[in-house]
Design a binder for this molecule. Structure first.
Ligand code: SF4
Ligand code: SF4
Length: 378
């Protein structure tokens, strides 16, 4: 990730492939260019769950197609594409989202992130010194994050830095949720991962974003923009400004800013094209902020930590919508979800004492059967 803090915001009204290609080309030029000649480029779209593009859960296939064409046109020798959703079936090809087909159509190689992994050291990591990631990270000379602008129930917002978490293969991601159950800890782990990966660039799909209970169960929201930057933090902060999130209130942004990584404040961001105000979506449905900070108090007063944990929203399964696929139980590293067998009354049960409120089940439920609800007495 470079120190260049230019973020190019370009209008892109729809997912017509030529329109997206033109917008991305313009954005990259405005942000200072992209050097990929003769290099192996890894494009990392966001596939939290493989779902049709109109659901706005994944980066749009037309956006990926435009990104592949763009790096090819600028001389990339080899283009790899991949992601690893929370619950990844064997031989995952991202069929429903159309991303697998888009990769192949434009001559990129689809990479199974679970097939081969490598260790990645992070000596300067605050929470984690060593990650296991897809071997594609090692194979690539240039890594480009392709997030979709979305809300996130745990972290409020998900963008270019959070998107790198998909480099950790499949359900191994859940292990980090268990190890770092508090959102500030989890955000610090994500910043460690970004430091270790050293992604070079980000292209954000903000043509249609997701508002409401994201990143898997929210609502598509037309925004009409494409963003480009060599600085993933600057790009994420610009996107936050577009949808009305104070950038510093997002735990991942705050953690990176406090460490002085890549940027120390919004005043350092340069907008060579449109500004966030030009593309502002004033009524974007954001995730309301919950009680923040207090880590020192929680350290000395463990009961305070428990009270706060109890005040967090809880997952609730709506039996009438649940299709009993079992994905929520598979992804829950706390083993808080089980199938209760009882003849015709088979249903998924959540043990709220074991639940750490990571919301992975909510993210990946294909039926939108899991809602997050505030406990009645809070
Ligand atoms: S709640 Fe969702 S993920 Fe869990 S079994 Fe039901 S449909 Fe599947
Ligand atoms: S039940 Fe859901 S929110 Fe609770 S720990 Fe399991 S995956 Fe996370």
């Amino acid at each position: 990730m470079g120190a260049d803090s230019r973020v190019a915001i370009i209008r892109c009204a729809d997912y017509g492939e030529e329109a997206v290609y033109r917008a991305l080309s313009e954005a990259v030029d405005a942000a200072g260019g992209l050097s990929v000649t003769g290099k192996c480029v890894l494009l990392k779209p966001n596939i939290v769950r493989d779902a049709p593009p109109e659901r706005a859960i994944t980066t749009h296939p037309a956006f990926l197609a435009a990104a592949i064409r763009l790096v090819r046109a600028r001389g990339a020798a080899r283009v790899l594409v991949g992601d690893s959703p929370g619950v990844q079936p064997p031989g995952f090809q991202a069929k429903q989202s159309g991303l697998g087909a888009a990769a192949l159509r434009y001559g990129a190689e689809w990479v199974d992130f679970t097939a081969r992994t490598v260790g990645l050291s992070c000596p300067e990591g605050k929470m984690v010194k060593h990650f296991i990631v897809s071997a594609a990270v090692e194979a690539a000379d240039v890594i480009i994050s392709l997030p979709k602008l979305k809300t996130h129930e745990l972290l409020y917002f998900t963008g270019a830095i959070k998107n790198l978490f998909g480099l950790v293969p499949s359900v191994q991601k859940s292990v980090w949720h268990v190890r770092f159950p508090r959102r500030e800890q989890f955000a610090a782990m994500l910043v460690d991962l970004a430091v270790a990966v050293q992604a070079d660039y980000a292209l954000m799909d903000a043509v249609t974003g997701m508002e409401g209970p994201g990143p898997g169960a929210g609502y598509p929201r037309h925004i009409g923009a494409a963003l480009a930057s060599a600085n993933l933090l600057a790009l994420d902060m610009a996107a936050c400004m577009m949808v009305g999130y104070p950038p510093r209130e997002i735990p991942v942004n705050r953690e990176a800013l406090d460490r002085g990584l890549w940027l120390t404040g919004t005043e350092q961001i340069v907008f060579p094209a449109l500004t966030p105000a030009d593309m502002a979506v004033s009524d974007f449905q954001r995730i309301p902020f919950r009680r923040a900070g207090g880590q020192l108090a929680e350290f000395f007063l463990p009961p305070l930590r428990k009270i706060r944990a109890r005040a967090e929203k809880r997952p609730r399964i709506q039996d009438e919508i649940c299709v009993r696929c079992g994905d929520c139980a598979r992804i829950c590293a706390s083993r808080a979800i089980r199938l209760e067998e009882g003849g015709a009354a088979r249903r998924m049960i959540i043990d709220h004492r074991a639940c750490i409120r990571c919301y992975c089940c909510h993210e990946i439920c294909p039926a939108k059967a899991i809602t997050l609800e505030k406990p009645a007495r809070f």
